[in-house]
Structures are given as structure tokens and as C-alpha cells.
Ligand binder design. Structure first.
Ligand code: NI
Length: 257
């Protein structure tokens, strides 16, 4: 009964076998997959998948890599997408100072514009933060109490997780929590209140340890949930259930089960 809160099913990596991927996810017990657009064309594809499959929901946004493409027209497109019943969040949006595919100033402006759009649309945000912890926190702090969301594929430390939680955000745990060297991440997620934890794959990227380096897919979120359950000393099915309930609370447009 797990929910994969962050997949990229619309990406080309799934063009050959998307149906089989969805069947394996259902067989693994997933009830919902949120597929997350990163460009305007990919948001359209994500939306088409959400319309077609009952278990698929969509999030729409422009990724920091493409921040140079954020303008009035793309914001207008996001507004239009967000009006659809199965669009449950704005994202992924944020900052990536590791790759810097867009200039930092451009990323900061694009992130701020989309945070403001989420506030206007009353939708939670899915935040991408890579090597930009301080700048990400600063923008979230400025909007304290006006926005909710999730730090996707969380990569900060215990103190950052605590501040995100205090700001009203959720912490989403992806495949890296299963990697042998991820001790800092495991320490951080051990301290997050249970009611603020989510799990995700970020597929096709970041496969958990048993499939590391291969294409990731939603069914593998179970391995991540299992590792997280171990860390928190609880049975895996209970962790799947708690994180699924958390996802339904944050992404309220999904409605109750
Ligand atoms: Ni992603």
C-alpha cells in the first residue's frame, strides 16, 4: 500500500515498457504514483498519464536545470495544468548548484516565481535542492506559514531536516538511504517526526542499492521503505502505510483512499 511520491514516468526511459512498469508497481503493492514534470512538454506528458491511469497523479513545474525557460508563458501553462483535478503539486522546482545547467541568479528567480505561483494556486511544492541548502532554506523561510511541501530526495543533515519540518515541510527519502556510505542521511531521517516522512524513487534515477546503477522504477520504492522502517525500528508494512497517509495529507487533492 505504498505511495511513490516522486517518479518520472513520462520520461523516455519508460517509453518501451511503461505498462509493464505500472503492472510491477501494482504487484508490489503501490496504490499511487505521483509523476513529476520537469519541463513544460514533460508536464503535458505527465498530465496525459494521470488522465489515463487511475493510480497515477501528476505534479507540474520547471526544474532548476531548465530555469532559463521560466517566463510568463510557462507560468501561464503551469496555471492551466494546475486546474486539472489530478495535478496535486507544483514541482519539481528548486535549485541545483551542483550541475548549474542554468545560471544561479536565473535559478533563484525561477524558483521564487514558482513558489509564488504555488501560493497563489494553494498547492504544495516539490522542492529539488542539490548543493543549495542555505539558499533553498532562505526562500522557504521567507514564505513561512504560506506554503507547504516536500524536500524531495532529501540530502541535508539533521539540523536542516529539523528546520524544514519546523517550516511545515515533509522530508522525502529516496534510494540513497540504502547506500552503504549514506550515514549522514540515515542520521538525519532517524530524527524526522514519523508524520513528516515520505518515500519516493525519483525513477528512472537513483535505484536503491540492490539495483544501483540500473534503471529505477516505482516498484523499487519498497526497498527504500524497508530500509527506512529498519532505521525507525518498525515493520516495513507499517512504514509503507504511514508514509502513504502522509502523502495523502500533503497532496490533499488526491483525496482520501
Ligand atoms: Ni526528480
Amino acid at each position: 500500500m505504498a505511495i511513490d511520491t516522486h517518479a518520472h514516468l513520462e520520461m523516455e526511459a519508460f517509453d518501451q515498457d511503461r505498462e509493464a512498469v505500472l503492472e510491477r508497481a501494482a504487484a508490489a503493492g503501490l496504490t499511487v504514483i505521483i509523476t513529476v514534470g520537469t519541463t513544460i512538454p514533460d508536464c503535458e506528458k505527465a498530465l496525459a498519464l494521470a488522465r489515463r491511469y487511475p493510480q497515477v497523479y501528476a505534479s507540474v513545474g520547471v526544474h532548476p536545470h531548465e530555469a532559463k525557460d521560466i517566463d510568463a508563458a510557462s507560468c501561464e501553462a503551469l496555471r492551466r495544468f494546475a486546474a486539472e483535478p489530478k495535478v496535486v503539486a507544483l514541482g519539481e522546482i528548486g535549485l541545483d548548484f551542483f550541475y548549474n545547467h542554468s545560471a544561479r541568479e536565473v535559478q533563484l528567480g525561477g524558483f521564487a516565481a514558482q513558489l509564488d505561483l504555488a501560493e497563489e494556486l494553494d498547492l504544495p511544492v516539490i522542492v529539488h535542492d542539490r548543493d543549495a541548502h542555505a539558499e533553498t532554506l532562505a526562500l522557504l523561510r521567507e514564505r513561512r506559514g504560506r506554503l507547504q511541501g516536500v524536500l524531495h530526495c532529501f540530502s541535508g543533515d539533521t539540523a536542516m531536516a529539523a528546520e524544514c519540518v519546523a517550516l511545515g515541510y515533509y522530508i522525502s527519502v529516496a534510494g540513497p538511504v540504502t547506500y552503504p556510505k549514506a550515514d549522514q542521511l540515515r542520521s538525519a531521517v532517524r530524527e524526522v517526526p514519523l508524520e513528516r516522512l515520505l518515500v519516493e524513487t525519483d525513477c528512472p534515477y537513483l535505484a536503491p542499492q540492490s539495483r544501483r546503477g540500473k534503471r529505477n522504477e516505482p516498484a523499487y520504492v519498497i526497498e527504500t521503505a524497508r530500509r527506512l522502517a529498519e532505521l525507525r525500528g518498525m515493520p516495513a508494512p507499517e512504514m509503507e502505510q504511514i508514509t502513504a497517509e502522509n502523502a495523502r495529507r500533503l497532496f490533499a487533492k488526491m483525496g482520501p483512499r
